[in-house]
Design a protein around this ligand. Structure first.
Ligand code: CP3
Length: 395
């Protein structure tokens, strides 16, 4: 029995566990790196697969999904320290009963969005069998773990409740989020019920991903920054907290070790970093609007002996030092070698306002990589992170 438990530790059998060590707050010999949306449209090998397969078909077919997941790992051999399972945050609304399609130039589209709170009863499944609806993601994770063969860990993910609710009510992307915000302001109680329902499905889904083999988890709150500080704390943060607490709880009752949890609340950290630090995650992802050295100070001030922390040693709920992730502006990747290297240097050196060499740091972009990026620019970026972070971390 002991052996079975040990096998479930996320770092077990890994040839490269750098990102797990950093996520647990440790000093590392260099910064581990991965890229949000690293498996995607900027890669010609992904576009090639998409010529013959619909987007959600790629997600639902474990062979295709695992193939796409390992594409960047192969291309950037030795440069990426994690894979992220190829899927989409919108598979959760699908599991809840909503139809979602990916339109070629427009992105996600819900033909029948939630219009009024009454729709929750008629358009959403009362009880969601996550295993039945999203078992294909678990299969993709298992197959990907086999293909990766311990080369790097595999990240599982889901969308945050507010971001998912925004899509379910808007019916797609939006500039103003006026429909989703109308719900929050006009029907706050019904909105909270919906947000909790989404959070519960996300929790089940993340636990299932860990059981299938995910070795880290990230929650994407891509539209967190659309809310005022008060509204973020009322309509987003409690559900981010609920997910982290419930995932830890459920895994612990099953004696399954909890992998590191990453939260990415884009645009909300300028006002709510101290709150997000205490939301129960191991790693806080930063976008490029937050200065790394400032974030580090806020984290240190928010941690030791403060509410939400286990003890006075600056540890989080999992008993580790809180780690940071991020945060280069993805558009720097369009600016050529010199600019990329200069921006990486700035991101990493404390004397330039960067993250510094204290460890507990995962290099990433401040948001997803965009489709027009030249894959060679990504190589330049990754090599710069390796070279400069090794120097900074050993100083
Ligand atoms: O990171 C990865 O490599 C794993 C795969 C992944 C995708 N989507 C694949 C994808 C992940 C982690 C996501 C998350 C996701 N999806 C988010 C959160 C991250 C973020 O960028 O904020 C959001 C908001 C979505 C919703 C979504 N899916 C949008 C807005 C779009 C269209 C626009 C765009 O940026 O691509 C998608 C489609 C999508 N998801 C694509 C990919 C590779 C492109 C679709 C295509 O091939 O036509």
């Amino acid at each position: 029995q002991r052996k079975e438990k040990e096998c479930r530790k996320p770092e077990e059998g890994l040839k490269n566990d750098l990102i797990i060590r950093a996520a647990r707050g440790h000093q590392t010999e260099r910064a581990p790196c991965w890229i949000m949306r690293q498996a995607g449209r900027y890669l010609p090998e992904f576009r090639k697969i998409r010529e013959d397969h619909d987007f959600f078909e790629c997600c639902r077919n474990p062979e295709l999904a695992s193939e796409i997941t390992v594409q960047p790992i192969r291309r950037y051999s030795g440069l990426l320290d994690a894979a992220i399972i190829f899927s989409d945050i919108l598979v959760v609304p699908q599991a809840m009963g909503m139809e979602v399609e990916m339109l070629p130039a427009k992105g996600p589209h819900f033909p029948d969005p939630l219009v009024t709170p009454k729709d929750v009863a008629t358009k959403l499944r009362k009880k969601v069998d996550v295993e039945k609806e999203l078992g294909y993601v678990y299969e993709a994770i298992k197959l990907t773990r086999t293909k990766l063969d311990g080369e790097v860990p595999l990240i599982g993910f889901c969308g945050a409740p507010w971001t998912l609710m925004a899509y379910m009510v808007e019916g797609g992307g939006s500039k103003t989020f006026e429909k989703a915000k109308t719900w929050l302001f006009k029907y706050p109680e019904e909105s909270k019920e919906l947000l909790q329902r989404i959070a519960d499905v996300c929790t089940d889904f993340l636990v299932g991903q860990v059981k299938a083999g995910a070795q880290l988890l990230q929650v994407f709150d891509s539209w967190a920054g659309e809310l005022s500080p008060a509204d973020f704390r009322q309509f987003s943060l409690p559900y981010l907290r609920s997910i982290a607490a419930s995932v830890r709880d459920i895994l612990s009752t099953k004696s399954i070790p909890c992998p590191p949890l990453i939260v990415f609340a884009k645009g909300a950290l300028g006002h709510s970093l101290p709150e997000v630090v205490k939301a129960g995650y191991d790693v806080v992802g930063l976008d490029w609007t937050v200065e790394p050295c400032v974030a580090r100070k806020v984290v240190e001030l928010a941690s030791p002996g403060k509410a939400g922390f286990k003890d006075a040693s600056g540890q989080n709920e999992a008993g580790h030092r809180l780690a940071l992730q991020g945060n280069m502006d993805p558009s720097v990747l369009y600016a050529g070698k010199e600019a990329i290297e200069a921006k990486v240097d700035q991101m990493l050196r404390s004397k330039k306002g960067g993250f510094g060499g204290g460890g507990a740091y995962i290099a990433n972009l401040g948001h997803g990589i965009t489709p027009g990026v030249d894959p060679e620019a990504v190589k330049i970026y990754l090599k710069a992170v390796h070279r400069i972070s090794r120097e900074v971390n050993s100083a």
